[in-house]
Design a protein around this ligand. Structure first.
Ligand code: SF4
Length: 305
């Protein structure tokens, strides 16, 4: 077991694909998870920014656990420092290519700690790239755009839908910050940083994978500003969605239209370390029947934020 002042590694799980999932215990006993993996010949670590998440995306395991608290900048930094030490000791890379704030939590609801940690990670040479994946907290995207030179320098936008109606269901924060405002903010981030924004899209059968969706995607996203990443979805319990069989078709169509587009194949799925599968091992999972609907969740959240 690795000891650290802010966090302690309770458990490491190794996937057959080389990914490693880490279970961390924080000083107050709460737990979060991170994962290390390789993707497109780069070394990634994906870390958590909150214990639980209140956004409540129905396809995500973390979204079933109400947020208990934000992680501190020190706890964010420590996840990376400990993973870096661990993979180096095992003969891994001298430097992590990419630190992704894409684990548990909505990082833009913990923006001060996230910016502080990202700034320190880059200043200390632990990585050159810190990305952040957001469900679309519009005002905080504008804030983040002010600090890209020294802090978070890549933005991933969890798009997942081409209409407000479907996105309200898949990403409930959309009720507060609708699609058009989210895309406007992301475009502003591109203008400030010069870095294309990656729009991530989980394709679900008969929900967001129609020809009309494809046509709208082409209309909504300017290929000079957006990269498109289709991600393989990792099934989570109590979720009736089905993965779409049209992943390659969508990729081909966008490629032909001149987009930089790729498919993120699932990593660490055999250790529940894939996208959307991280969760706190000490937080109770809210039973499906007790979970609020997307719309009532959104009303409650509107009052919180
Ligand atoms: S996908 Fe991200 S924002 Fe949505 S519930 Fe999961 S952790 Fe929260």
């Amino acid at each position: 077991m690795t000891q650290h002042t802010e966090i302690t590694c309770l458990h490491e799980q190794h996937s057959t694909d080389g990914s490693i999932k880490f279970l961390w215990q924080l000083a107050d006993g709460k737990t979060v998870e991170s994962i290390y993996f390789t993707f497109r010949e780069q070394y990634y670590t994906c870390i958590s920014s909150q214990v639980g998440c209140n956004v409540g995306c129905p396809f995500c395991e973390t979204g079933k656990q109400r947020v208990l608290r934000n992680l501190t900048a020190q706890e964010l930094y420590a996840q990376v420092a400990l993973i870096d030490g661990c993979v180096r000791a095992a003969g891994g890379p001298a430097m992590l290519d990419h630190v992704a704030l894409a684990g548990m939590g909505e990082p833009l609801l913990n923006v001060a700690a996230v910016v502080a940690a990202a700034t320190q990670l880059r200043a200390d040479g632990l990585t050159e790239t810190v990305s952040l994946s957001t469900s679309g907290v519009v005002p905080r995207i504008y804030d983040l755009a002010q600090t890209t030179e020294t802090s978070v320098n890549k933005l991933f936008l969890s798009l997942h839908a081409t209409t407000d109606k479907v996105r309200n269901h898949l990403v409930p924060l959309n009720k507060k910050y609708p699609l058009a405002s989210v895309l406007e903010a992301a475009t502003h981030f591109f203008a400030r940083s010069g870095e294309k924004v990656t729009a991530t899209y989980l394709l679900f059968a008969d929900l967001n994978d129609t020809q009309a969706d494809l046509a709208r995607l082409l209309r909504l996203l300017d290929p000079a500003i957006y990269i498109v990443q289709f991600s393989e979805w990792n099934q989570v319990a109590d979720c009736a969605f089905q993965p779409s069989p049209r992943l390659e078709y969508f990729q081909d169509q966008l490629q032909q239209a001149g987009y930089e587009v790729f498919i993120q194949r699932s990593k660490g799925g055999d250790i529940d370390g894939g996208c959307g599968q991280l969760r706190s091992r000490t937080l109770p999972v809210i039973p499906a029947a007790a979970r609020p609907t997307a719309i009532s969740t959104m009303r409650a959240r509107d009052e919180e934020h």
